[in-house]
Design a protein around this ligand. Structure first.
Ligand SMILES: Nc1ncnc2c1ncn2[C@@H]1O[C@H](COP(=O)(O)OP(=O)(O)OP(=O)(O)O)[C@@H](O)[C@H]1O
Ligand SMILES: [Mg+2]
Length: 110
């Protein structure tokens, strides 16, 4: 999906997660928007740094980056306003385009 403001990206991601959960699938929803609307949709109001910011910075996903939600099957890697700064931090890195992929490859569950 393109990056047009208000195109329904967050709504689609949230409902895709809910739809997969309704079919009994486990879902990790990674909120990569510094606005944090998807995180808020699942009741996340935390302000602690971590979540997808740490996943991108460290190219790793660990349990401390993930929170449970009120939907049993859905786990959330939350975002926060600090995510907006990470783009210029990652840009000089050789592997900047694959860091999310690398992080997903380390997910700590089957
Ligand atoms: N299929 C839809 N039908 C009706 N309204 C929708 C639909 N999808 C999204 N909306 C509404 O459009 C608005 C923007 O949606 P959403 O926040 O999902 O877009 P976005 O692409 O994530 O925007 P942003 O660039 O702000 O992140 C919201 O008020 C949402 O409720
Ligand atoms: Mg959005």
């Amino acid at each position: 999906m393109g990056h047009h403001a208000g195109a329904g990206a967050t709504t689609s991601a949230v409902n895709l997660a809910l739809g997969l959960a309704a079919f009994g699938r486990s879902v990790l929803l990674m909120d990569l928007d510094s606005q944090g609307h998807a995180s808020r949709a699942f009741g996340y109001t935390g302000t602690t740094r971590g979540g997808t910011e740490s996943a991108l910075r460290e190219a790793v996903i660990s349990r401390d980056m993930i929170v449970a939600t009120k939907v049993t099957e859905i786990y959330l890697a939350p975002s926060g306003p600090w995510l907006a700064d990470i783009e210029k931090e990652l840009a000089p890195m050789d592997d900047c385009y694959t860091r999310l992929y690398q992080a997903l490859a380390t997910q700590p569950w089957p």
